[in-house]
Design a protein around this ligand. Structure first.
Ligand SMILES: Nc1ncnc2c1ncn2[C@@H]1O[C@H](COP(=O)(O)OP(=O)(O)OP(=O)(O)O)[C@@H](O)[C@H]1O
Ligand SMILES: [Mg+2]
Length: 364
């Protein structure tokens, strides 16, 4: 068999490998790149839409096994890569930022900032370029959680400034605009001004994902951001108790009203794993987040356990995703990052189909 015949067979076989999230085969999705066949040695790249793809390893194994089973193939080498696509269409602001994820909740203290910080680290660890915007103007906690000392941001040019950098993340926070330990005292219009600066005056550089840690509730800042920032979608955090779920319900409705896509709901502090007996204790009742997601017909993105190490990570400035990547909480954050990135890719694929249909209708 010639190399060309083999190449054709390989493509046919790869057409049977389906991306389960996008529900299409990897050849028609255009993921297979740089296929070479030399005397039975096969090499190709699979270029996914996110390096945080939750089924990356599964797809690689399936490609290897299926191609290896073809007669005449001696060796297979599959290189998994990713090219994150942009959700922004002709938006005049944040043009270098491909996708913006708002992390919100109806109620305070449910773990938004902790999730934002660890989600950003998990996305970055997968290989993506990530920024983190602390939009909790009155109660900024991201600098503390990432261990970034308070100092004013560096100015560039007339009215732009550079984000701080830590753990490979680019970070802005209102805390950097104050003197350490001093509260920021602002009236309404000034608040809008700070958000406007965060959206227009930061030199982020190229980012695949910008995570926004929102203040609690559905107030001014949230509305300004949902209306002015070209959000790819929102993640709503809840704890399992009814009081939190009622407020999460309001959070979801706010995003739906302003037509920001819901990436999904995550349940924080779902259960506690006891050191002594290794048993999962469901102290706050587990499962409310999943039930809420089902009611709104939005994705359920997962559960994060209640863990002392998460608090220590937040207080010490070294998130648990950095200090202990194998802890049950870090495993949950990595899975969350995969789910969030996958939802963004799914929404983009859906829009592409709408665009394609539109194009067909227009041509016919
Ligand atoms: N999975 C977890 N296990 C244990 N503690 C947690 C977990 N998630 C968050 N916490 C702790 O709960 C507290 C509140 O978390 P965090 O500040 O992230 O909440 P928040 O929703 O951002 O609060 P706010 O509404 O005030 O901005 C912190 O002390 C944090 O360390
Ligand atoms: Mg917070």
């Amino acid at each position: 068999m010639t190399d060309q015949d083999l190449q054709n067979q390989i493509i046919q076989v790869l057409k049977t490998v389906k991306d389960p999230d996008l529900n299409r085969d990897i050849v028609s999705l255009g993921f297979v790149k740089n296929l070479t066949v030399t005397g039975g040695d096969v090499k190709f790249d699979v270029e996914l839409t996110t390096p945080a793809c939750p089924v990356k390893d599964q797809l690689k194994t399936e490609c290897e096994q299926k191609v290896d089973a073809i007669e005449g193939v001696k060796a297979v080498s599959v290189n998994m890569t990713a090219q994150v696509r942009s959700s922004q269409h002709s938006q005049p602001i944040l043009t270098c930022v491909k996708n913006i994820i708002a992390v919100a909740s109806g109620k305070g203290g449910v773990g938004k900032s902790t999730i934002s910080a660890n989600l950003a680290v998990a996305l970055q660890a997968s290989g993506a370029k990530v920024g983190l915007m602390d939009a909790d103007i009155y109660g900024p906690s991201i600098p503390q959680m990432l261990g970034i000392p308070i100092s004013p941001p560096k100015a560039v040019g007339e009215n732009k400034f550079l984000p701080h950098e830590k753990y490979g993340l680019k970070v802005v926070s209102a805390a950097f605009l104050t003197k350490e330990g001093q509260p920021l005292m602002l009236r309404g219009p000034m608040l809008g001004g700070i958000i406007q600066q965060f959206l227009q005056n930061v030199e982020w550089g190229e980012l695949d994902y910008l995570v926004i840690d929102m203040p609690p509730g559905t107030g001014d800042v949230q509305l300004t951001l949902t209306q002015r920032a070209p959000l790819s979608g929102a993640v709503v955090v809840t704890t399992p108790q009814d009081v939190s779920l009622i407020d999460a319900d309001k959070g979801v409705k706010m995003f739906q009203q302003v037509k920001v896509p819901m990436l999904g709901i995550v349940e924080n502090m779902s259960y506690f794993i006891c050191d002594g007996c290794n048993k999962k204790h469901e102290i706050f009742k587990r499962g409310g987040g999943r039930a809420l997601a089902e009611r709104f017909k939005v994705p359920f993105l997962g559960e994060v356990p209640l863990l002392g190490g998460v608090v220590e990570g937040g207080d010490s400035g070294v998130p648990i995703m950095i200090s202990d990547t194998n802890s049950p909480a870090s495993v949950a954050y990595k899975s969350l990052a995969g789910q969030v990135a996958a939802q963004i890719s799914i929404n983009q694929a859906r829009e592409d189909k709408v665009d394609a249909n539109f194009e067909l209708a227009w041509k016919s």
